[in-house]
Design a protein around this ligand. Structure first.
Ligand code: HEM
Length: 142
């Protein structure tokens, strides 16, 4: 599977917005996530205070490299390693995806057009599938 050119273009166009509002979006995302999916709370019990910042930076880095995902190789391995340590499972990905899209709408308001939300939905699950595959490998090695 690969991302459509429209998705790549749309995601890239949101880079300035993410730089400005990234932390607000990811902070809101955790509120929505823990409210709507309380079963995810325990996974973050030892997460650092700056977790929203870390995630916002990862999201911005992803947007910047969306047409060159090889550049994210080390970052993907690190994320997958941390996810396996904290017992993140494939079924958690739709929860985070849902919370992320709701957070984008809440923070960006009308600027979060249907085209932008669709593109981010596709891009999120694309990266999610890469992480899930890597995590499956790591869980199998345990
Ligand atoms: C495409 C989706 C995702 C991205 C881009 C992402 C990104 C990240 C990043 C960058 C880190 C920090 C890694 C490190 O510095 O070692 C992290 C850690 C973590 N993520 Fe994710 N993540 C995603 C999906 C998920 C999902 C679905 C869950 C489950 C609810 C989750 C839960 C966690 C947890 C529990 C940590 C560790 C927090 C700690 O330090 O204790 N992530 N993630």
């Amino acid at each position: 599977m690969s991302l459509s050119p429209t998705t790549i273009e749309t995601v890239k166009a949101t880079i300035p917005v993410l730089k400005e509002h990234g932390v607000a979006i990811t902070s809101r995302m955790y509120d929505v996530l823990f409210d709507k999916y309380p079963e995810t709370k325990d996974l973050f019990s030892s997460a650092p205070e700056e977790q929203p910042k870390i995630l916002a930076a990862a999201v911005a880095a992803y947007a910047m490299n969306i047409d060159n995902l090889d550049a994210l190789g080390d970052a993907v391995n690190k994320m997958a390693g941390t996810h396996v340590q904290t017992q993140v499972k494939p079924e958690h990905y739709p929860m985070v995806g849902d919370a992320l899209l709701i957070a984008m709408q809440d923070v960006l308001g009308d600027a979060a057009t249907p085209a932008i939300l669709d593109a981010w939905k596709e891009a999120y699950f694309f990266l999610g599938d890469v992480l899930i595959a890597k995590e499956k490998e790591l869980y199998a090695q345990q």
